[in-house]
Write a protein that binds this ligand. Structure first.
Ligand code: CMC
Length: 427
């Protein structure tokens, strides 16, 4: 029997169904509320609103748990590859060996981009931010792959999904190559997804490039950690864009634009810049004081999360990976010491304890990416590359969901009531 919530309003009592998911809080179904009670709900930032039903990713922010299709992120980061995780997120189950081989084969065969697409890059300034290039180039894919833009056709949707996952490393690597004035490197299908990306980014025609397996594994793990994160801002943007029937390439470009912001995907770049600015452990207390000062807009970047009110499980894996990479590359980066000390001090400070502010995924990722050789401007592009898998999975889920309709939030209007136009000479 459906449980009901009762809402008392001046115009009467209204009964609203309570829905239960497989885990997590129940939700009150308010879809009929406006029609029956003539009121809207008010929830800027969607802090208490479920925008959809989804079977892909689950977060328990209090416990610090993140599950992809039910599997804990720590287990996937340790045992799985990014391609296997991509299959899991998009198809719903872990693949058999044969299914994985076929998936990898398909993705690998879509890694090249239309030769004409290269001309887009030349239209950008060399100092363009890679995310600016990504927004433009990914959106432009819809002008190149007309045979996979019909969202009503499941086969076209599948091809578009594969193309997006496969071409994103090529597009991101080309953005980097363009910024440093080196020639684009074509994909090499004998390499893994991540190995190929490393080569397209760092190889030059003048000498051979050998993929370092430790770096390859670390980056692959970073991709896994960033692959999906439930209904975050960029994923919700992809869903909202898609709710109008827009083509997948345009929708993912919209997700990239949203991810760029420093409160979302841009935070890893901001976190590393902050660690560099702090520079030495002795300077940490000054920055902690600034973060706590209400009159100072400064925040500890890489700290805090809308959903996690506990240690972000991805940050734990990230810290271990950072150590692995620095050891392997024999990098003595003082920034790593600053990060660890900052974390220690913040976690024992009353302000951070009381507000439940813990390191998030972005706190350590910048240190790893920087040690590998990526400039900070590429960090968010790497996030976009990995998150494309989640966006694609969520986009497909949404299109297959008969309950979804065009996204159209309402508002609490606080502007002027109706008034008549006043001619300019009478104002
Ligand atoms: N440093 C100092 N104070 C903070 C911080 C921080 N990083 N984060 C939150 N607070 C304080 C904030 O001032 C507020 O205090 P009060 O209640 O006194 O006004 C309280 O904690 C709650 O903050 P909020 O802004 O209301 O929380 P939110 O859920 O809207 O914001 C956040 C979440 C991630 C935007 C925020 O914590 C933040 O700006 N963090 C730094 C940026 C960052 O690292 N972002 C990456 C997020 S993880 C990657 C991803 O999933 O995209």
């Amino acid at each position: 029997m459906t449980r009901m919530a009762r809402l008392e309003l001046p115009n009467g009592t209204h009964e609203l169904p309570i829905l239960s998911g497989s885990i997590g809080p129940d939700v009150i179904d308010i879809r009929r509320l406006y029609g029956e009670a003539d009121v809207f709900t008010y929830d800027p930032g969607f802090t208490s609103t479920a925008s959809c039903a989804s079977a892909i990713t689950y977060i328990d922010g209090d416990a610090g748990t993140l599950l992809y299709r039910g599997y804990p992120i720590e287990q996937l980061a340790e045992h799985s590859s990014f391609m296997e995780v991509a299959y899991l997120l998009t198809e719903g189950e872990l693949p058999t060996q044969e299914e994985l081989d076929r998936f990898v084969y398909t993705i690998t065969r879509h890694t090249m981009v239309h030769e004409q697409l290269m001309n887009f890059y030349r239209g950008f300034r060399r100092d363009a931010h890679p995310m600016a290039i990504m927004c433009g180039v990914v959106g432009a894919l819809s002008a190149f792959y007309h045979d996979s833009t019909d969202i009503e056709d499941p086969k076209q949707r599948m091809i578009a999904s594969h193309r997006l996952i496969a071409k994103m490393p090529t597009i991101a690597a080309m953005a980097y190559k363009y910024s440093v004035g080196q020639p684009f490197v074509y994909p090499d299908n004998s390499l893994s997804y991540t190995g190929n990306f490393l080569r397209m980014t760092f190889a030059v025609p003048a000498e051979p490039y050998v993929v370092d397996p430790v770096i390859e594994r670390a980056l692959d793990r970073i991709f896994t950690l960033h692959a999906d994160h439930e209904q975050n801002a960029s994923t919700s943007t992809v869903r909202l864009a898609s709710s109008s029937g827009a083509n997948p390439f345009a929708c993912i470009a919209a997700g990239i634009a949203c991810l760029w912001g420093p409160a979302h995907g841009g935070a890893n770049e901001a976190a590393l810049n902050m660690l560099r600015e702090i520079g030495r452990p002795e300077r940490i207390p000054h920055y902690i004081a600034r973060a706590k000062d209400k009159n100072d807009p400064f925040r500890l970047m890489g700290f805090g999360h809308r959903v996690y009110k506990n240690y972000d499980p991805r940050a734990k894996v990230m810290m271990a990976t950072a150590k692995e990479v620095l050891d392997k590359l024999n990098v003595q980066d003082p920034i790593f010491d600053v990060a660890r000390e900052l974390e220690r001090i913040a976690l024992s400070d009353e302000y951070f304890i009381e507000k439940k502010l813990y390191p998030n995924v972005d706190f350590y990722s910048g240190i790893i990416l920087s040690a590998i050789g990526f400039p900070t401007s590429m960090f968010t592009a790497l996030f976009a590359l990995a998150r494309t898998v989640g966006w694609v999975a969520q986009w497909n889920e949404m299109i297959g969901d008969p309950e979804q309709k065009i996204g159209r939030p309402r508002q609490l209007y606080v502007g002027s009531p109706r008034r008549d136009y006043v001619p300019i000479d009478q104002r």
